[in-house]
Design a protein around this ligand. Structure first.
Ligand code: BT5
Length: 231
């Protein structure tokens, strides 16, 4: 993949900025900002984006819109972290965690034939007060700051590779996520709108959904706005 990087000092959200470029833009355009004034997670939740973190969106035009695309982002982040000596695991469907703290989140959005894949990764940024118990950064994990340019370069390299794998063979991407999640076998609570599911994770199926055992019944949770808590 040929990446074409647009660098901004400040923006509301790189995903919003990227969306405005569509459709007059080519696949592989990347928007990176030093800080976001209203970075977003799923469902309009706020994403803390102070200076020092990596906040970016890549514009893709896959032949099909597929929820498994979000795994491409999570796998690329986890590979990048590994290169810096940080062991991370993927929390289905869109998070990357180091131990019991979130270090990165992926937000994919669709506009027309395009997918905007937003990736937020805490690098050298300060973790805001309200998130100190639940979030971490590369700097915190390593005890020293890292070269954010190098992080971006690695991340784009891995995004390109995993995107290629996704295009050729999506189940292979899922297989890799399965191997990098700590959820399998765990008791979890899946927060669905208004009705939580509690069960044991059996696996992540090839189509990308989470398969749970809920009181002896097999339940399939499709990627959507669900959060998983380890019980
Ligand atoms: C996500 O949402 O994890 C997706 C985050 C995507 C952010 C990127 S940054 C570049 C691009 N532009 C954007 O505007 N967004 C994307 P979700 O699964 O809904 O998780 C949101 C939750 O994560 C919040 O409710 C907080 O609890 C937590 N959180 C917020 N900021 C965080 C941070 N910097 N580090 C770790 N956790 C954070």
């Amino acid at each position: 993949m040929e990446w074409n990087v647009i660098r901004l000092d400040e923006v509301d959200s790189t995903n919003e900025y990227a969306k405005k470029l569509i459709p007059d833009v080519s696949e592989g355009t990347v928007v990176v900002a030093k800080r976001q004034t209203s970075g977003r997670g799923r469902k309009g939740r706020a994403w803390a984006s102070p200076e020092g973190g990596l906040w970016m969106s890549v514009i893709l035009k896959p032949p099909m819109i597929d929820p498994r695309l979000v795994f491409v982002g999570a796998l690329a982040v986890s590979d990048t972290l590994r290169d810096f000596g940080i062991g991370a695991w993927i929390k289905w469907p869109n998070d990357v965690w180091v131990g019991n703290r979130k270090i990165s989140g992926v937000l994919t959005e669709v506009k027309g034939d395009f997918v905007i894949m937003g990736v937020g990764l805490n690098v050298n940024n300060e973790i805001p007060d309200g998130l100190k118990e639940t979030a971490t950064s590369m700097m915190e994990a390593l005890g020293e700051p890292v070269d954010i340019g190098e992080v971006l370069e690695r991340l784009l390299e891995y995004l390109g590779r995993w995107y290629k794998t996704f295009l050729e063979n999506p189940p292979l991407v899922v297989e890799e996520v399965r191997g990098r999640t700590m959820l399998i076998g765990k008791e979890v609570r899946v927060l669905l709108d208004g009705n939580d599911l509690v069960g044991r994770v059996i696996t992540i199926s090839d189509d990308g959904s989470l398969i749970l055992d809920v009181d002896g019944q097999t339940v399939k949770v499709v990627y959507g706005d669900v959060s998983v808590r380890i019980n």
